[in-house]
Design a protein around this ligand. Structure first.
Ligand code: URP
Ligand code: ZN
Ligand code: ZN
Length: 463
């Protein structure tokens, strides 16, 4: 069926124009002003609205075993919540358990998504071990559309890999065109600081932040970029949280090094004080890297403005307060690390970015949709409004008032990191490959309709 979106203002990373969008089946057929109303069986009036490319969240953890439990959203609840917030594509992380083949992780995550995913999804593989497999495993995965891998420089004995593994995998991506995403914190040093804190009886949530200093992040970012340079590969720093780490990325980019980085709404809007909330509520804000002192926040906004940071993702990794965060009641190291955010990214970035004059409308689209599509090998199929692109579109009401709350959100988690935040601007209608999946607060999509996305290695962003 053809659909016509009329009278809206189409916003892409590069332009804002009054235009209609004609959709034929799952793809965009035409974008121009004055497409006749009788061109399609279904007509959506978008007067007073923006028409945006669907949001792309390239950092989510659905149904992921972590910290002795499993993240609370699965592919159904997580992708449905994403859709409510205007996100139509995610790239989730599949973990290679140590001693297994990387390929098994892909199969495991496909099963998790099967019959559940409500929007299209790609997968990164978290590489934990080269022992049971060779580097050729990476090439096989690239052929399956896994255009990116994540490595951890933190969590010794769990997920952390050594510098040799980092260098080998980076070198492999220099050949196969994939991208290494790096969790950059010096895990060995952090573990020593953590042990000292526990020995001194410091067990409250705030010590999670105090034992992971910004310099431990900056050191790892510096090392990751240096290793990538030696390997001749690009590198992408995930969930960058501090001014110190940002300076390392900026310095490298100024030298022309293909280093990229994302940050997340929590690092732009929240600070370390949240971890001091009474009654153990600080645990709601325990994730890594941790929240930083307030003076880091404007630096991160500047980083977005000046393109030292290229992407805003969520690092959505929800754990319920009542029965999961509580595991660390007497020891902050046992609090499952992660926070919810998949539903609120566009609302927060529009309100605090565009409405508050920190980001142009086009930069907002670039950070939340177009650049993630480019970097992660999905462009121009995703992240664009043009003939031939998938009709993943958000009809965005810039004047809608919305109060973020766990009482009304759709994520399967019993708290919100942004409880009570009042934002202006929200998704009114969301289309995924031409199908209306959210309209006026109703979910209309079917679980399982989301497709696995075969992504293309060497998306081109670093050429
Ligand atoms: O605390 C976090 N960020 N949990 C998710 C895993 C990760 O490191 O991204
Ligand atoms: Zn991480
Ligand atoms: Zn993460």
């Amino acid at each position: 069926m053809n659909t016509l979106i009329r009278n809206g203002k189409v916003v892409t990373a590069t332009q804002t124009l009054a235009a209609d969008v004609l959709i034929e089946g799952e793809v965009i057929k035409e974008v121009r002003a004055g497409i006749p109303a009788n061109s399609a069986a279904k007509v959506i009036d978008a007067a007073g609205m923006y028409v945006l490319p669907g949001g792309i969240d390239c950092h989510t953890h659905l149904d992921m075993p972590f910290g002795g439990t499993t993240s609370a959203d699965d592919f159904l609840t997580g992708t449905r919540a994403a859709a409510f917030g205007g996100t139509t594509t995610i790239v989730d992380f599949a973990i290679q358990p140590r001693g297994t083949r990387m390929r098994d992780a892909l199969d495991t995550w496909w099963k998790k998504a099967e019959g559940k995913a409500c929007i299209d999804y790609g997968l990164h593989i978290i590489v934990t071990d080269l022992g049971a497999c060779g580097l050729e495993d990476m090439d096989e995965l690239v052929d399956e559309g896994v255009a990116s891998f994540k490595l951890f420089m933190a969590y010794p004995n769990v997920l952390m890999v050594d510098d040799a593994t980092i260098f080998k995998t980076l070198s492999q991506t220099a050949k196969n065109g994939a991208l290494i995403c790096m969790h950059a914190e010096n895990g060995s040093v952090i573990d020593v600081i953590v042990a000292r804190a526990l020995a001194e009886g410091k067990t409250a949530p705030v010590y999670h932040a105090l034992t992971r200093p910004p310099r431990a992040e900056a050191e790892a970012v510096h090392r990751a970029i240096a290793l990538a340079e030696i390997a001749g590969a690009p590198v992408y720093i995930v969930h960058l949280s501090s001014e110190d780490a940002l300076n390392e990325v900026r310095e490298a980019r100024d030298r022309g090094v293909p280093a990229f980085a994302e940050t997340c709404p929590q690092y732009l809007l929240l600070s370390i004080e949240e971890l001091e909330r009474p009654n153990f509520e600080g645990a709601k804000y325990v994730f890594t890297p941790p929240l930083r002192p307030k003076h880091h926040l404007p630096k991160l906004w500047e980083g977005l403005q000046q393109d030292h940071l290229q992407v805003v993702s969520t690092d959505h990794c929800p754990f319920c307060f009542a029965d999961q965060k509580i595991l660390g009641k007497n020891d902050f190291t046992k609090i499952p690390n992660g926070g919810p955010g998949i539903e609120n990214r566009l609302q927060l970035m529009f309100h605090y970015g565009v409405n508050k004059g920190q980001l142009s409308l086009n930069r907002f689209v670039e950070l939340t949709s177009t650049t993630p599509a480019r970097i992660f090998g999905m462009y121009p199929r995703k992240g664009e409004i043009a003939a031939g692109s998938d009709a993943d579109l958000v009809i965005w009401d810039p004047n809608a008032l919305y109060t973020i709350s766990a009482a009304t959100h759709h994520m399967r988690v019993d708290y919100s990191m942004f409880e009570g935040y009042e934002v202006t601007g929200n998704a009114r209608t969301v289309l995924s490959r031409g199908e209306v999946i959210v309209d006026a607060g109703q979910f209309l999509g079917k679980p399982g309709r989301g497709n696995y996305l075969k992504r293309t290695a060497r998306g081109g962003a670093w050429k």
